[in-house]
Write a protein that binds this ligand. Structure first.
Ligand code: CP
Length: 312
């Protein structure tokens, strides 16, 4: 694996290998390594980010890399330079890996083979967010000990969610049952929903799932107002306290975040006992370390003996 573009391209075996390695890092939250010592990686975020951007940077630094953070507004992209030319420029300087967040669906797929850098998709438009998907999978695996057989409900702004875009490929590949619920105006097109994935009403989704994953309403991607008020959305499509009480015993709440408290999820549920939301954030670092090792070092075949911990 030279790039991480999407879960669509990733095999079950590749996903499981990444999760196994990430689980090792998750058990050692302070461990550092010299795996990427002296090597340059760049983070290019053309859309806002807190979790993905900083967890990549933490992961890169824990592996010993030199990290370049590209600020789009201060770069020559404001003079019309393309992302292709920007990447070729970084490549010429000796940068080996580019982590890219963009609003353009499929941009990274177009760049593979045209530049010599390793490419990592940190979220492309409404298409995919593979490292978020991997950290969600790691969180489920840690909690339940398995992914196969879990019933996962993904609820909310389905149309704009690149996290859902990745889970539509990954969860069925790993043997989980995926159900979707959300407002009609935020639904995916029928042709985007694979066979075996069902659309149900929100109360059924919440009541029957092992994992209730709420999605943020992505107001920045909606052309016009999509609901009358935050409160009306919360009552109709949000995880209210009442709905949460109807969850199965042992079921958990997840959310890729950022969270709109009081809109898609009641504020008291964000940090409640059932919530794994901050565990997801912690796992983001572990997953991104595993991804960087894999694409830059090809660790897959010798992972058992590959911990090069220098600290912790
Ligand atoms: N989940 C996620 O992608 O968060 P950020 O937008 O803060 O990176």
């Amino acid at each position: 694996m030279k790039h991480v573009i999407g879960m669509k391209e990733m095999s079950k075996q590749q996903i499981e290998s990444l999760l196994a390695r990430a689980a090792e890092w998750a058990k050692r939250p302070k461990a550092q390594a010299d795996t990427l010592s002296g090597r340059f990686v760049a983070n290019l975020f053309f859309e806002a980010s807190t979790r993905t951007r900083f967890s990549f940077e933490v992961a890169q630094k824990r592996l010993g890399a030199h990290v370049l953070n590209f600020t789009a507004e201060a770069s020559s992209t404001t003079k019309g330079e393309t992302i292709y030319d920007t990447l070729r420029t970084l490549e010429a300087m000796g940068v080996e890996t580019a982590v890219i967040r963009t609003s353009q669906n499929g941009l990274l797929e177009d760049l593979v083979g045209r530049v010599g850098l390793h490419l990592v998709n940190a979220g492309d438009g409404t298409n995919e967010h593979p490292t978020q998907c991997l950290l969600d999978l790691l969180t489920m695996k840690q909690h339940f000990g398995k992914i196969a057989g879990l019933r996962v409900a993904i609820i909310g702004d389905l149309r704009h969610s690149r996290v859902l875009g990745s889970h539509l490929h990954a969860l069925p590949k790993l043997g989980a049952e995926l159900v979707l619920a959300g407002p009609p105006g935020m639904m995916r097109r029928a042709e985007e929903i694979p066979a075996g994935v069902s659309v149900v009403d929100i109360d059924e989704a919440v009541r029957t799932a092992d994992v209730v994953m709420m999605l943020r309403v992505q107001l920045e991607r909606h052309a016009e107002a999509v609901f009358d008020s935050a409160e009306s959305y919360h009552q109709m499509y949000g995880l209210t306290l009442e709905r949460a009480r109807a969850m199965k015993p042992g079921a958990v709440i997840m959310h890729p975040a950022p969270v709109n408290r009081g809109v898609e999820i009641h504020t008291d549920l964000v940090e409640c006992e059932k919530s794994l939301i901050f565990t997801q954030v912690a796992n983001g670092v572990a997953v991104r370390m595993a991804v960087l090792e894999q694409i830059m070092e090809g660790r897959e075949s010798k992972w058992e003996s590959s911990l090069v911990t220098v600290n912790g």
